[in-house]
Structure formats: structure tokens, C-alpha cells
Design a protein around this ligand. Sequence first.
Ligand code: ZN
Length: 132
Amino acid sequence: MYLSEHSLNTSREGFYNITRNVRQSLSESGVTSGIAVVYCPHTTAGITINENADPDVTRDLLLGLNKAFPDRGEFRHMEGNSSAHLKAGSVGFSQIVIINAGQLLLGRWQGIYFCEFDGPRQRQFFVKIMSD
Ligand code: ZN
């Protein structure tokens, strides 16, 4: 078992490619077969996997999420960031990636992203590596 904590300073909103950080954690763990869990302990930020080739994809994902979950006058949450809670809930707070032959079993076009919906903030995420 191996656990690493990572921190990042975010902008107001955006997708941050953290694939390199997860690969670094995997390398440090020495595990060659198992699973990696990437998790963030937040309620207005999430973790997702999506295309890493064209940066317009994550830009469009953010645009689509903002269209799907706009701020609404009916929201009652006093902090005023219910749309950020909805967007974070929709992408989820963790991802699991299979480790095979010492590598993350990601598709050629896949990257792992930390998704900020309510920054700027100092954020954390964790990588847990479990061997077979
Ligand atoms: Zn809130």
C-alpha cells in the first residue's frame, strides 16, 4: 500500500492535468500490478478522466457543465456556490485506474484531471496505490 498527497493552487475554474503526478506516485510505490485510486477531499472540485490531446475538449466540458448547471435564484445554500457543488457531484470525487506491467492502463487519449469549479483555492488530492 502506498499513499501520496498532492496540493495545487487553482484558478476560478478549470481542468488540471494531474496524470504526471499519478504516474510519479506509481513510480515511487514500486507497484507493477494493481489499482490506483485518485481522490480529492472537496465538495466543489472533482476528479475525472478525459481527452488529453486537444485542450479544447476540457474547455468544452467546462462550458457544457456551466450550461447544464447554471447559478439559479432558487438555490438556498448560503455560500452561493450550489452550481459548483452540482458540477463537482456530476464528475465525481475519485477515479480508479488499473495498473498493468508497471503502467497506468490509460487509453492513448486519456488523461486524469483535477476539476476546479469554485476557485481560486488551495486544493489537495490523494493517490492510493494498491498491489495485487
Ligand atoms: Zn458551498
